[in-house]
Design a protein around this ligand. Structure first.
Ligand code: FES
Ligand SMILES: [Fe+2]
Length: 379
């Protein structure tokens, strides 16, 4: 049986692909990106099972601050309640099942836009107009279904899986790797959502390898990226990573002089963390930015894009202007990544396309394929 055997299901094609050792590895089969069957398996076994990043906790500082999203087809709100607790809960009304909140914002109560059933921030039903004549109706004890929500190193993580181990346990290896950066104290200064015309995994894999930097990013950061300064160790079960050394003259990419947490080469080391399934973090001693991805069909990806600065830089007016320049640069880099990842999706839909061999700089991509296979094939 070969990998070109079109009688194999997409799940079996992936199983056959990941059976190769890294030294002989190829990119994942096309059907993994293009088939509805594979997407359905991902929704069930990945997005309904694993932890998903919504935003940073400091983006929702006050009671009533909320944001909304869909995870694996489920409308969810994340809201800070009166007690200051972040909660994730169903964003669907208990009356005729309208969705409740939209986008992000602040509210004193959750009021359904259809008939104004009203909920406390903690999801308890507080009022329902003109319902007294229904003898079976009683608002007491009714509440929006709750979803697991945890804060971890400043990230707001949710899962639909009641049995998922806590984030801090699943990602203990990340804390071991970059605990001295104290990412929990970094402050978010921007957050945006985007939708691109590519499969979510094409964008995730693009993030995982810096092999493309010199070429895809020739117009921006390509010249600063040296392939020989990239280190790509084998990944762990729940994440993969690689790191790059930043030039000493790139102010924000280096530790601030008052940063005493980092020493030696770590003062200019950028970590690229790919936390499965879809939280992709660039962590430097001075700033961070991230993508949290969710599929929108096979051919589009929903992108939650945010970033900010390490605490030493936050109150420095000069750092803010450096950061503004950096954000403009990130936007230009994103335009290049969008071009590359949309071209890849377009290309891999071709009948004549075949997945080629991977470079040693694509080790994280190989590890990602192993993770995905374990999830969808229960390996
Ligand atoms: S559907 Fe929400 S109040 Fe009717
Ligand atoms: Fe890129």
């Amino acid at each position: 049986m070969t990998r070109h055997d079109s009688t194999l299901s997409p799940l079996a094609e992936l199983a056959s692909n990941v059976a190769q050792p890294f030294e002989r590895a190829r990119a994942m089969p096309k059907s993994v990106y293009t088939s509805e069957e594979f997407l359905a398996a991902e929704i069930e076994n990945v997005f309904k099972q694993d932890w998903f990043c919504v935003t940073r906790a400091d983006a929702l500082p006050n009671p009533g601050d909320y944001t909304t999203l869909e995870l694996a087809g489920q409308p969810i709100m994340v809201i800070r309640d009166r007690e200051g607790q972040l909660r994730a809960q169903s964003n669907v009304c208990l009356h005729r099942m309208s969705t409740l909140l939209e986008g992000s914002g602040n509210t004193r109560a959750i009021v359904c836009p259809y008939h104004a059933w009203t909920y406390n921030l903690d999801g308890r039903l507080r009022g329902a107009p003109a319902m007294t004549l229904n003898e079976a109706f009683c608002k007491d004890g009714q509440a929006l279904p709750q979803v697991r929500c945890e804060e971890w190193l400043g990230w707001v993580m949710i899962t639909l899986n009641p049995d998922a181990p806590p984030v801090s346990e699943t990602l203990a290896g990340v804390a071991d790797l970059v605990g001295d950066y104290e990412m929990e104290n970094y402050q978010q200064t921007f957050f945006e959502t985007h939708r691109w015309d590519t499969n979510w995994k094409v964008l995730a894999e693009n993030f995982m390898e810096s092999y493309h930097l010199p070429v895809c990013h020739a117009g921006t950061i390509g010249g600063l990226s040296k392939l020989e300064e990239m280190v790509c160790p084998p990944g762990e079960e729940a994440f993969n990573y690689h790191w790059i050394l930043k030039e000493p003259d790139f102010v924000l990419g280096n530790a601030h002089p008052t940063n005493t947490r980092l020493s030696g080469e770590r003062r200019r080391t950028t970590f690229l963390l790919a936390i499965y399934p879809s939280l992709l973090i660039t962590l430097t001693p001075g700033y961070f930015w991230y993508l949290s991805l969710h599929p929108h069909g096979v051919g589009q990806v929903e992108i939650r894009f945010g970033g900010g600065m390490a605490p030493e830089f936050v109150n420095d007016p000069e750092a803010q202007s450096h950061f503004n320049a950096l954000k403009a640069l990130l936007d230009d880099v994103n335009v290049e990544d969008r071009g590359c990842t949309e071209k890849v999706y377009n290309g891999l839909c071709s009948d004549m396309a075949t997945p080629g061999h991977l470079s040693h700089l694509e080790r994280p991509n190989y590890d990602f394929a192993q993770y995905l296979n374990a999830r969808v094939n229960g390996g």
